[in-house]
Ligand binder design. Structure first.
Ligand code: SAH
Length: 243
């Protein structure tokens, strides 16, 4: 039987606690009592646990044994900020597919009012990632970075293999770029960063900026995909390559 996983807010070596909406759900809806068993995620590790105490707004567990965790895909999705409803959908699905982190960036064609409110919105993105991680029984929650201007992210130093999805690219497919990254890394898969443009696509100077900073332009095929479709397709390709 698969048990639901609870992602703890606080933990130490032997105990973990849930607060807020999760605790509320456990106590009010599931009528959790001391002695009940559950799987609890604490600090990226999954534990078999027993409820030790229930108080309004808090559930405390004793951690009994660590279970095998499933690692995230070693991918940071660099997502240009665009229509919030679609972006939220992309974050939810990317979490289901195992993304390790999402880095929202403000691109030239990110609408002004979205760029101005993106920072506030990041909290909601974190909540979506948290809920989606729990729903898909992940043992960790993807990191959602604060939004930054594209140039700051593109220029920042990184150990990752850096890939930019660009619909103008015709020759290098994502699969091909993964083959190369794998060959260069010999046995272990390197970390990847995969950048996806906003609805209007990357501006020419942004493509030049990626190029000048060592990002590899890759294609997902001859059809133009919406940004959220591109995100999901890219992660599915990486997953089929690695898992
Ligand atoms: N400029 C396009 C739409 C951009 S699609 C237009 O309006 O016609 C949004 C983003 O999805 C792009 O910036 C790119 O990162 C990604 N994307 C979409 N289709 C793609 C493809 N076939 N190959 C690679 N990337 C793609």
């Amino acid at each position: 039987m698969t048990r639901r996983r609870w992602i703890a807010e606080h933990w130490d070596e032997a105990t973990a606690t849930l607060a807020g909406a999760q605790a509320e759900h456990m106590t009010r809806v599931l009528r959790t009592q001391p002695g009940m068993e559950a799987d609890v995620v604490a600090g990226g590790h999954v534990f078999h646990a027993v409820v030790a105490a229930v108080t309004p707004g808090e559930v405390r567990f004793n951690l009994i044994a660590e279970l095998d965790a499933d690692p995230a895909l070693p991918v940071t999705l660099v997502l240009a900020v665009y229509k919030f409803d679609r972006m939220e959908w992309a974050i939810e699905k990317a979490t289901e597919l195992g993304v390790a982190a999402v880095a929202p960036v403000l691109a030239r064609r990110t609408e002004k009012h979205l760029a101005q409110t993106a920072e506030k919105r990041a909290e909601r993105w974190r909540r979506i990632a948290h809920e989606s991680a729990q729903q898909s029984r992940r043992s960790d929650v993807p990191i959602i970075f604060d939004p930054v201007p594209l140039a700051a992210h593109v220029r920042a130093a990184s150990e990752a293999t850096r890939i930019v999805l660009a619909e103008q690219e015709r020759t290098t497919t994502l699969r091909h770029a993964l083959d190369e990254a794998m060959a260069a890394a010999e046995s272990e898969m390197p970390r990847l960063e995969i950048a996806i443009g906003p609805e209007g696509g990357w501006a020419a100077e942004e493509e030049a900026l990626f190029d000048a900073n060592g990002w590899r332009a890759t294609s997902l095929g001859p059809r133009i995909l919406r940004a959220e479709t591109a995100a999901i397709a890219a992660l599915a390709i990486v997953a089929s390559y690695l898992e």
